[in-house]
Ligand binder design. Structure first.
Ligand SMILES: *Cc1c(COP(=O)(O)O)cnc(C)c1O
Length: 377
């Protein structure tokens, strides 16, 4: 018999979500929009300490609308962190713009500010001023935001903060989701809180959020009939899913603690191996530890990432290599890239461990024992 399946980061419902969804049913606000959408947006901006929010159908949709609002058009260039999920970068192509990818630094695994500045200078010299920069907090670990914001300000290029993985993380006590001209969140099924699928666009500039609401509901001008002077999208979150999101947001503090506890468990057991390096967490950034991520140095251990991943898979346990950098993806092969081999190395040796917040200590022990067995050779 196969041992119980352990997933990487499955949805975790608390129970209170159902009441809110039932209430949405009872009030017959099944059709898109409705009071929970407004409520979810208000709850989120309260949690983040201000600003405005538009609840959308996905994080990818939020990135897309952000690019549209920054006037990214065909042939324009947009700078993006290479070490990320494709949802950060695909919308650049939706606009028929050109992504310019930037490698990571070792301290946070996110966009290297020095390379960002080199790239901006080089693109400007080549005659193209980038239209936007997309920075990511990978696995919840905040990027070097002071440096990145300063560079974007110096060159007057708007910054989009992709906080899809980082709800609950902080950078110098400032919450992820409050940086840049616009931020995006995701509530996809594997994220720290989920609406089964969904996202949000956030800004302290109300104009962007108003426009996102307009564009995400088919860009309907004010008229008794349907009048359109813009191309619109069907990107809004539904009232039912927003009810789910409100319930999930209530338990975010609990989820954060659970994610941190899972990381603490792994690091306590596996930190003693010189071949194991966890994603670093410098003083300036507190990660939500959405996924516990580490690298395994094959030179220092008798094993490697793939052997460990396979050993876990054989025991019905889901683990995953780190994101494959965008500049290595076939679909982006012609895109300019600034950097060396930092993210390539992390991809070669990196692994995300199961980090579902409903994991029991027994399950954590089961996972860790398999890894230890491999590392002990
Ligand atoms: C999940 C994710 C997205 C996209 O969010 P969806 O809601 O799945 O569209 C974007 N960027 C990053 C870094 C993500 O992890």
């Amino acid at each position: 018999m196969q041992p119980d399946k352990i997933w990487l980061s499955p949805p975790h419902m608390e129970g209170n979500e159902l009441e809110l969804v039932k209430e949405a049913f009872a009030s017959n606000w099944i059709a898109p929009l409705g009071p929970h959408v407004d409520g979810f947006e208000e709850d989120m901006t309260r949690y983040l300490g201000g600003g405005y929010a538009a609840a959308l159908s996905s994080g990818t949709a939020a990135v897309h609308l952000a690019l549209i609002m920054l006037d990214v058009q065909a042939g324009d260039e947009v700078i993006c962190q290479s070490f990320t999920f494709s949802g950060s970068a695909n919308p650049i192509l939706y606009q028929q713009a050109v992504p310019v990818f930037i490698d990571s630094e070792q301290e946070t695994w996110n966009m290297d500010p020095q390379l960002l500045e080199d790239a901006i200078k080089d693109r400007i010299q080549k005659g193209k001023r980038p239209k936007a920069v997309i920075a990511v907090h990978l696995y919840g670990q905040p990027a070097k935001m002071d440096e990145i914001e300063r560079i974007c300000n110096d060159y007057e290029i708007p910054l989009i903060e992709d906080a899809a993985e980082a709800l609950g993380s902080t950078y110098n006590n400032r919450k992820a989701g409050t940086f840049g001209v616009m931020s995006i969140l995701s509530f996809n099924g594997n994220k720290i809180i989920t609406t089964s699928g969904g996202g949000m666009l956030l800004s302290r500039d109300k104009q962007y959020v108003d426009k996102a609401r307009f564009l995400s509901t088919q860009a309907r001008d004010k008229a008794p009939h349907y009048e359109h002077s813009h191309i619109g999208y069907n990107y809004r979150m539904s009232n039912i899913l927003a009810a789910l999101g409100r319930g999930q947001l209530k338990v975010l503090p609990k989820r954060l603690q659970q994610k941190r506890d899972i990381y603490a468990y792994y690091s306590q057991r596996l930190g003693r191996y010189s071949s194991v390096t966890f994603q670093p967490e410098p003083d300036f950034g507190v990660s939500n530890r959405w996924l516990t991520a580490l690298t395994i140095d094959p030179q220092r251990s008798g094993t490697d990432r793939e052997q460990i991943r396979t050993a876990l898979q054989n025991q019905n346990i889901d683990s995953r290599p780190l994101w494959k950098p965008m500049h290595m993806q076939p679909v982006f092969k012609s895109a300019p890239f600034y950097g060396s081999s930092v993210s390539e190395g992390l991809f070669a040796d990196g692994l995300c461990l199961p980090s579902g917040t409903a994991l029991t200590e027994q399950q954590l022990n089961r996972i860790t024992s398999i890894i230890e067995e491999k590392l002990d050779g």
